[in-house]
Design a protein around this ligand. Structure first.
Ligand SMILES: Nc1ncnc2c1ncn2[C@@H]1O[C@H](COP(=O)(O)OP(=O)(O)OP(=O)(O)O)[C@@H](O)[C@H]1O
Ligand SMILES: [Mg+2]
Length: 296
């Protein structure tokens, strides 16, 4: 990226900014007081355990739900999306974990699904095949054959097809809902590589994950959620990977678990001792000052 571009990014409003956003479903408070932003060429990671509110947050940004409180701005303008289609029109694309693909259809058909290119009344198949192949190559994915059913690709490759598709159709912001959750180490690495590529192509990426080891290497900013609340929002230089891990694991919860195992006795007690050590280590790693709910 050139320095002029960097300067432009710095002065422009973020692509997406949520300020003190909250969401309740009836009496259930799924999210409260969440502030987050992402600019072009940045990756913002959202970390949290089950039920932390990650999907709720995505649904707000993707235009599926409106926040009950707070504001949502896109490129500096307040928005109130009525549907995901409206968010998409503003360049906000979401890649869901289950990826809604048609497994028996060729890769290129899935790539163009809902956006088919026509020549007159007929599908322009040669164009779609070639474009799909070229776009995948541009992201560094060299498929033997874009004619193969997408269901024959690995989970990681399918995520990558979805990412390059969003990029091709003009996404400015890419929301990825736990793209690495179901993947092994190697496949996860592949997906992380495409997250970096998307960032290098100037997209803003919001990367949802459970895994601080996946988040830390690619993230510029980290929002940690716990039971619908922010327990920290850091720029990369404000936090280490160990601190992130500690915050995610919640040292005190590990300790509680270790006590329960200890009480169970036998081999569980040995596991308990190990957990206790982990909890202690995490405790020392994460006792550093964590201030600020918002980055400078
Ligand atoms: N439509 C809904 N109606 C009522 N409660 C909901 C609804 N959607 C989510 N919730 C509640 O809001 C909280 C946050 O849920 P959410 O799905 O956002 O968590 P999550 O971080 O995505 O979890 P997971 O990692 O399991 O996907 C949960 O307590 C959930 O039960
Ligand atoms: Mg979820």
């Amino acid at each position: 990226m050139t320095s002029t571009l960097e300067n432009e990014n710095r002065t422009a409003a973020p692509l997406v900014r949520l300020t003190r956003a909250g969401k309740h479903y009836g009496t259930i408070i799924a999210l409260s007081d969440i502030t987050l932003e992402v600019s072009a060429g940045e990756v913002t990671c959202v970390l949290g355990d089950n039920g932390a509110g990650k999907s709720t947050l995505i649904k707000i940004i993707a235009g599926l739900h409106q926040p009950s409180e707070g504001t949502y701005e896109v490129e500096g303008t307040p928005v109130a999306f009525g549907s995901p289609r409206e968010a998409l029109e503003r360049g906000i694309a979401t890649v869901y974990q289950d990826l809604a693909v048609c497994p028996l259809m060729p890769v290129w058909r899935n790539f163009f699904l809902g956006n088919e290119k026509r020549k007159g009344l007929r599908l322009d198949i040669p164009f779609m095949r070639k474009t799909c192949k070229d776009e995948l190559l541009a992201m560094g994915i060299d498929l033997r054959d874009v004619e193969q059913p997408i269901g024959t690709l690995s989970g990681g490759e399918r995520q990558c097809v979805a990412i390059s598709r969003a990029v091709y159709f003009g996404a400015k912001v890419l929301i990825l809902d736990e793209p690495t959750a179901a993947l092994g180490v190697k496949q996860s690495g592949v997906v992380l590589k495409y997250i970096i590529q998307a960032r290098e192509r100037g997209l803003g990426v919001i990367f949802i994950t459970h895994n601080p080891h996946h988040a830390y290497p690619v993230g510029d900013r980290f929002l940690l959620l716990n039971r619908g609340r922010s327990i920290g929002y850091y720029e990369k230089d404000q936090v280490t990977r160990d601190e992130l891990t500690g915050l995610m694991a919640g040292g005190s919860e590990l300790e509680e678990l270790s006590h329960e195992l200890e009480a169970a006795g036998g081999s569980a007690a040995a596991a308990a001792a190990e957990l206790e050590e982990d909890a202690e280590e995490l405790g020392t790693a994460s006792h550093q000052p964590h201030t600020g709910n918002s980055p400078a």
